[in-house]
Design a binder for this molecule. Structure first.
Ligand code: HBI
Length: 98
């Protein structure tokens, strides 16, 4: 999988909501209403990561989950990161509805 150019990264980022560039990674912080929702989100993201075979760094707090994505084997951002980011957003927004 090829590393994306700066322009491609800007383009893909503009199609997402709330994700920002942090070095060679994209990051997003999800705020939750309580610990149960936090852990539910973490589990959902973990299952998505296995399905994509692409694994984010997660920072877990009481009412906050920070997701950080990069493609280690490419040494930067690839389409895999943006595909998983989109899937995480869709899944999290479903979970937050309830
Ligand atoms: N997850 N974020 C991320 N980056 C990778 O390069 C990566 C991964 N999950 C699995 C994976 N690479 C495998 O292809 C290799 O570790 C075998």
């Amino acid at each position: 999988m090829e590393k994306l150019s700066r322009d491609q990264i800007e383009q893909r980022l503009s199609e997402l909501e709330g994700w920002t560039l942090e070095g060679d990674s994209i990051v997003k912080e999800f705020r939750t209403k309580n610990w149960k929702t936090t852990i539910f989100l973490v589990n959902a993201i973990a299952i998505l990561a296995e399905a994509h075979w692409h694994h984010p760094d997660l920072e877990v707090s009481f009412k906050r989950v920070k997701v950080k994505l990069t493609t280690h084997e490419a040494g930067g951002l690839t389409e895999r990161d943006f595909r998983l980011a989109g899937d995480i957003d869709r899944t999290v927004s479903e979970i937050m509805k309830h």
